[in-house]
Design a protein around this ligand. Structure first.
Ligand SMILES: *[C@@H]1O[C@H](CO)[C@@H](O)[C@H](O)[C@H]1NC(C)=O
Ligand SMILES: *[C@@H]1O[C@H](CO)[C@@H](O)[C@H](O)[C@H]1NC(C)=O
Ligand SMILES: *[C@@H]1O[C@H](CO)[C@@H](O)[C@H](O)[C@H]1NC(C)=O
Ligand SMILES: *[C@@H]1O[C@H](CO)[C@@H](O)[C@H](O)[C@H]1NC(C)=O
Ligand SMILES: *[C@@H]1O[C@H](CO)[C@@H](O)[C@H](O)[C@H]1NC(C)=O
Ligand SMILES: *[C@@H]1O[C@H](CO)[C@@H](O)[C@H](O)[C@H]1NC(C)=O
Ligand SMILES: *[C@@H]1O[C@H](CO)[C@@H](O)[C@H](O)[C@H]1NC(C)=O
Ligand SMILES: *[C@@H]1O[C@H](CO)[C@@H](O)[C@H](O)[C@H]1NC(C)=O
Ligand SMILES: *[C@@H]1O[C@H](CO)[C@@H](O)[C@H](O)[C@H]1NC(C)=O
Ligand SMILES: *[C@@H]1O[C@H](CO)[C@@H](O)[C@H](O)[C@H]1NC(C)=O
Ligand SMILES: *[C@@H]1O[C@H](CO)[C@@H](O)[C@H](O)[C@H]1NC(C)=O
Ligand SMILES: *[C@@H]1O[C@H](CO)[C@@H](O)[C@H](O)[C@H]1NC(C)=O
Length: 835
């Protein structure tokens, strides 16, 4: 441990690469206002690996950074005249006598008092004491020096993160480089970064981490890997973070050599009991298991005609003696359903699979429910399963990693979306039943419950691939502890801790972040139709056609004149009826269904009038233009912070905002052209399919380039692009400029495929105005594409270029690897125009 602490300290002093996230402990300008800082730290536990000892060290380092004062750490039994005392309530009482103020402490809770000469940080347990130390440091780092005394208790006992790491070191839906838990089939030797991550998690009061993919690999259970799990757990334990693992249901057969994995077969049961005992021998405080069964091809109890409860309870029995819990995912559905049956609905699956199992799960089983009935779309209603299970503990699964929301290449602050769900009142039994009070266990008097956030941090210094995305991890932890917090308040705490106190910095990042989810929803999928990304490939760029015509059940049922899922009871899939009556009534009736969920619950004509007075189709067009326009404004907003943020983070964020601005136009055009083509209804504002500022590449004079029909067609302007005639050639595309002489921003839309780094040179009358390389795969971590499509489509802009009518535009593209220097179009944008 000692080595680790030294490493962490060195890390803090390093450049602003994002590694220290919100734990930068930067000096606060108002430090001189804090006159009553105690003279020493007393940590009431001397074991170096104890969370209380770690809390003492953290306080020392934090105060040194924030206030520039080096406090000594006294190890214990006697408090000086003025000290910061940190410890458990038991240790505190033993040392200093009775202490009633902390009587209200619940498990993991803490008491913090900065009143008087001493600071007292007292945890119900060691973890709580560490949380209190981080809380005190967070206050100091934000310049909050006024004296306070309060108790803080968690809203729910389970505050976990899930990391979908594969044993080969890749991460499913991870956008920040490879795993730091696994490499080449084994747990890594070097656990330093795991400890650093545990520290970050502890500071937001996350107490459990499931380190491997829910699509689990049984080789995790080998003796060598169990030893590795022990190593990881040892590294994270000092931060109060318990390790958990995902299991593959078929392990007894595929790994254990049995001829079955039937959960009611005694040999299978014995196998799991034995392996569980082996793991607990090495990791005595393991948090438990996470199980994805009978979902998307994964094995499970249904294979043997056993119930999901039979499956879950088998693990519950094995972990119970060790105090472990089993998180059993409700994400069970058939991915081969037939769209030609109007009543089929994937959204119904969770309730159908679980409703008859209520009360049949052992006490240490928690059913982990994705927030909505489908799969982390930009807008969904809450899953009706939250209100179906009264006699079963439940947890909400949220995605910090924005699989369907721009993969951290678009700014999307997610807390407002989570709050919508957590605060939603499901009216079970016609009583107040907010989702947040169901998952905490309070509403149905359950012993367990909480939340699981799928984070997918990687080895990238920024943790998530994007500096601004870290507000999502921060607010996830804060909401897991206290869901009543407001999105903007958490965001601003995070901004102060991450970027400092400058008013303009705080206001600007607040404005960008608070507008970001609405912007993303506007230029992706509106009115509850889902994100409209490519569900069959990377989940990143637009591809509305991919939703329908397959068995995955993320249907839109869009045809030439109508769109939406009829989920009513009276004529549709009946999904609205899965909600308690008061909520069901709202969703059943088109008049009371909010516009933003209209197409989730109803199938209507494109000409259907919304409450806003617009038609559905015109709303699509307008929202897409509005969303993309908002994304453009994030670039100058961020640029206005130049000099107020260190260069590295400033330029890394700027790069992503520029990318988002360009890709939002790809989204805008693809979706509006798709529905324009399908419905034949023109845009009243005459924007869709009318791009007067563009020179289409396929219309340029080509030499070494050829035209290429892009699929899906709506991800290319004019449906066509150009590619070099061979993978090793150089192509030239030229055109005479017909625009009036003047100064333009020249935007080039091209495709950046993985597996090649094409080079481009753009010139006007042989004067090069820019060169670039198609190397976004090195700079952005989103899921890659090997095709010309909505994922690879992107834009680069050259600002303020003087051109004269009649000048010659030329682009020379040099293919590389599989990437044939593809180009879609060139826009000549007069000042103030976006197109
Ligand atoms: C100190 O911490 C260690 C490690 O967490 C723990 O085992 C021990 O019980 C603690 N001692 C006291 C007095 O709290
Ligand atoms: C499981 O891990 C082993 C060892 O790394 C690997 O050989 C195997 O392909 C993996 N199985 C799957 C289904 O990923
Ligand atoms: C372990 O990993 C950390 C970064 O996570 C690195 O700084 C350190 O050098 C590594 N240690 C060894 C022995 O490789
Ligand atoms: C229990 O598991 C360990 C480790 O996998 C194995 O070596 C041992 O043979 C198993 N014992 C029984 C009784 O199956
Ligand atoms: C499961 O039950 C169905 C009928 O309920 C039966 O047709 C099928 O053979 C059973 N499968 C197994 C593996 O027992
Ligand atoms: C879907 O159902 C329709 C109508 O019952 C049927 O004609 C079609 O073959 C089915 N498709 C599949 C893939 O099973
Ligand atoms: C809840 O489930 C338990 C078994 O886990 C059962 O004993 C109890 O009767 C059930 N209560 C209700 C209200 O269903
Ligand atoms: C982090 O990822 C970005 C983009 O994927 C990349 O440009 C950068 O080099 C990476 N940094 C580190 C330290 O891995
Ligand atoms: C009722 O359902 C049928 C399909 O069974 C569908 O064609 C029709 O449009 C629906 N009617 C209304 C009013 O939504
Ligand atoms: C929807 O459009 C279809 C086809 O144009 C038309 O027959 C139908 O009457 C329209 N329904 C409503 C409710 O406007
Ligand atoms: C530009 O215009 C000139 C004169 O009309 C013509 O000869 C030439 O081919 C044009 N160049 C391109 C690239 O279209
Ligand atoms: C550009 O260069 C080419 C040869 O590379 C030449 O033929 C042409 O005249 C030049 N055009 C201008 C406008 O200078």
């Amino acid at each position: 441990m000692r080595n680790l602490i030294i490493l962490l300290v060195v890390g803090l002093a390093a450049a602003e690469d994002g590694a220290s996230a919100w734990l930068r402990y930067a000096p606060v300008p108002q430090a001189s206002n804090y006159r009553s800082l105690p003279l020493s730290i007393v940590a009431l536990n001397t074991t170096t690996s104890s969370p209380v000892h770690i809390a003492g060290k953290e306080l020392q380092e934090g105060i040194k950074g924030i206030l520039g004062k080096e406090l000594s750490i006294a190890d214990g039994t006697k408090r000086g005249s003025s000290s910061i005392v940190v410890g458990t309530i038991d240790a505190y009482k033993k040392t200093f006598g009775d202490f009633e103020e902390a009587d209200d402490l619940e498990e993991d809770g803490f008491f913090l008092s900065t009143v008087g000469q001493n600071v007292r940080i007292i945890g119900q347990n060691q973890r709580g004491a560490l949380y209190g130390a981080f809380e005190y440091l967070s206050r100091l780092a934000q310049g909050k020096f006024s004296p306070v005394t309060y108790v803080s208790n968690p809203h729910a006992p389970i505050r976990w993160v899930n990391e979908w790491n594969n044993m080969d070191g890749s991460i499913e839906r991870g956008y920040a480089g490879p795993s730091f838990f696994f490499k080449n089939g084994f747990v890594v030797e070097n656990v330093t970064r795991a400890a650093e991550y545990a520290r970050l998690l502890a500071s937001i009061r996350v107490n459990g981490i499931v380190i491997n993919n829910v699509n689990a690999n049984a080789t995790l259970l080998s003796a060598r890997n169990i030893e590795g799990l022990g190593r990881l757990a040892d590294a994270m334990r000092p931060y109060g973070v318990q390790l958990g693992i995902s299991l593959n249901f078929a392990s007894p057969q595929t790994f254990g050599g049995l001829n079955t994995f039937d959960p009611l077969d005694p040999s299978v049961d014995a196998w799991w009991t034995n392996i569980t005992n082996q793991i607990y021998k090495r990791v005595p405080d393991m948090a438990g298991y996470l199980v994805k069964a009978n979902s998307e091809g994964q094995p499970g109890p249904l294979t043997y005609n056993r119930t999901l409860a039979d499956g879950a309870n088998m693990f519950a029995r094995a972990t119970k003696p060790h105090g472990g819990v089993v998180m059993f995912r409700a994400f069970v559905y058939d991915n081969h359903i037939n769209e030609s049956n109007w009543k089929n609905d994937r959204a119904n699956a969770a309730v159908e699979f679980f409703k008859n199992l209520d009360g049949r799960f052992d006490d240490n089983v928690v059913v982990q429910i994705k927030f909505g009935p489908i799969d982390f779309q930009v807008r969904e209603p809450p899953s009706p399963l939250f209100s179906t299970l009264h006699n079963t503990s439940t947890a909400i699964e949220l995605q910090v990693t924005p699989e369907y929301l721009g993969q951290n290449c678009h700014l999307v602050y997610l807390s407002p979306q989570w709050k919508e769900i957590l605060e939603f009142d499901l009216r079970a039994d016609d009583k107040p039943s907010k989702v947040k009070d169901i998952i905490s266990g309070e509403r149905f008097k359950r012993p367990l419950g909480g939340s699981a956030g799928v984070v997918n941090v990687g080895t990238n210094a920024t943790w998530l691939g994007s500096h601004l995305a870290m507000s999502n991890l921060y607010s996830y932890g804060r909401l897991a502890w206290d869901p009543s917090l407001e999105s903007e308040q958490m965001l601003q705490d995070w901004i102060r801790l991450t970027f400092g106190f400058d008013r303009k910095v705080i206001d600007t990042i607040t404005e960008m972040s608070m507008k970001s989810r609405a912007a993303y929803e506007n230029y992706s999928g509106n009115l509850g139709i889902q994100t409209l990304t490519d569900i069959l490939y990377t989940h990143f760029g637009p591809n509305p056609a991919s939703q329908d015509g397959n068995g995955w059940g993320q249907w839109t049922r869009a045809d030439g004149f109508s769109i939406g899922m009829d989920r009513t009871v009276k004529n549709g899939t009946g999904n609205a009826g899965q909600y308690p009556p008061a909520v069901a009534r709202v969703f059943e009736n088109i008049e009371t269904t909010p516009d933003n969920l209209l197409l989730w619950f109803h199938h209507v004509n494109y000409t259907h009038l919304l409450k806003s007075g617009k038609t559905v189709i015109q709303h699509f067009y307008d929202a897409h233009y509005e969303g993309a326009a908002t994304a453009q404004t994030f670039v100058p907003m961020w640029e206005s912070l130049k000099g107020k943020i260190d260069n590295q983070r400033y330029s890394e964020v700027l790069f992503r905002q520029v990318f988002q601005a360009g890709h939002s136009i790809v989204w805008r055009d693809a979706i509006s052209r798709f529905y324009n083509n399908l419905s034949g209804i023109p845009d009243q504002a005459k924007r869709v399919n009318n791009y007067p500022y563009r020179v289409e590449a396929e219309k340029m004079k080509l030499d070494g380039y050829k035209t290429y029909a892009v699929n899906p067609f709506h991800t290319a302007s004019g449906s066509m692009a150009i590619v070099t005639t061979s993978n090793s050639s150089v192509g030239t595309a030229s055109a005479n400029i017909t625009y009036p002489s003047g100064t333009y921003d020249i935007a080039v839309n091209y495709y950046d495929l993985i597996g090649g780094r094409s080079k481009y040179d753009i010139s006007i009358n042989n004067r090069t105005i820019g060169t670039w390389t198609g190397d976004l795969e090195d700079k952005l971590g989103h899921a890659p594409s090997i095709y010309l499509d909505g994922h690879s489509a992107t834009r680069i802009t050259f600002k303020g270029v003087k051109v004269n009518k009649g000048d010659m535009l030329r682009i020379v593209g040099t293919a590389n690897g599989i990437e044939p220097a593809p180009i879609d179009y060139v826009s000549f944008l007069p000042p103030g125009i976006i197109d």
